[in-house]
Design a protein around this ligand. Sequence first.
Ligand SMILES: O=C(O)CCC(=O)C(=O)O
Ligand SMILES: [Fe+2]
Length: 348
Amino acid sequence: MVGTIHHTLPSFPEGLPTAPLVSVNLARLESSDPSESEAFYTACKNLGFFYLDCTGSKLGEEIVQGAEQLHALQQVFFNLPAEEKERYGQSMDKFYAYRYTELDIRDPNGVPLRTENYNLKKDDVLGNCPRLPCHPLISTNQPLFKSYVLNCRAAIDLMLHTLNTHLQLAEGTLASLHRIDHLSGDHVRFTQAPPRPWDDKRISAGEHTDFGSITILFNWLGGLQIRRPDNDEWVYVRPVPGSAVVNLGDALVKFTACILRSNIHRVVPAPGPQAGLMRHSLVYFSRPENEVIMKRLRGGLVDDQPHKEGEEEEEEINSHEWIMRRAYGDLRGIYTSKGLEPRGTPAA
Ligand SMILES: O=C(O)CCC(=O)C(=O)O
Ligand SMILES: [Fe+2]
């Protein structure tokens, strides 16, 4: 198995309530193993979160290795002086650039600490659109980003294909909404959060559902929590070396008229002995192509789903607009089968 650095960090504490995530093996999904495929589909319907065990799959091992390399790179990137990072910040792009939020905690020099992220568009990496100027550290690592994007997309395309089969949709329906050479909101995200005390207000403001299709997440410290749908309890997702955490986003809930689930989650300070460390995560968000209209699909099991009152009159918006309004506009919040639960801060 590819080396990961989890064992070099303080371990995730025992005895905390953790999320009941099933583990789906990528190699077995690749070989269309019927019971693995069924377990995957069940996880997508019941919780919308699962571990993707990448061991024993060439593609999986490449994804894990890429994630480790990008984890090392993101730490170098976030260690750059603030002015250097800000040069490629929000003045260039509202979303696909370096972004930060200042915390009300200061470092020993009196400088406010930041939670930071950097978003890099799939279309930028693959050359489907003009490239946004970026720091040399990012541009010199384009081959690494490119192989990571292609590998994540290969895994996502396989998962979409498997879902398509279980949902009994016409062949290629989900694939036709997620063509890699068509513009979409897919992106790689680096995140960094400094150690900080528990803050109820900040934590609840960060509760969200992802609003795209399928998210592939790597983190090395605890702190990610999901709210269990059965008892509403917030529980930790323990990082597992060699596995990604995969979750579904609201677009797939919309397309399938709520057959699939996107579960609410949030990030809290890392627990126990991990609490004093800088926390990073590496996320690949996939989203429908920009021009795709965000409404229920026709065909297969989706046709058996009940129609919501007023569904026919719902305004038709495309994926690009959906993302912008979910991130910054009037559609901010948590999307559930009951509708949109408004929240003040951007979801992801
Ligand atoms: O940092 C994490 O573990 C999760 C991040 C997340 O949920 C997101 O960026 O949407
Ligand atoms: Fe998320």
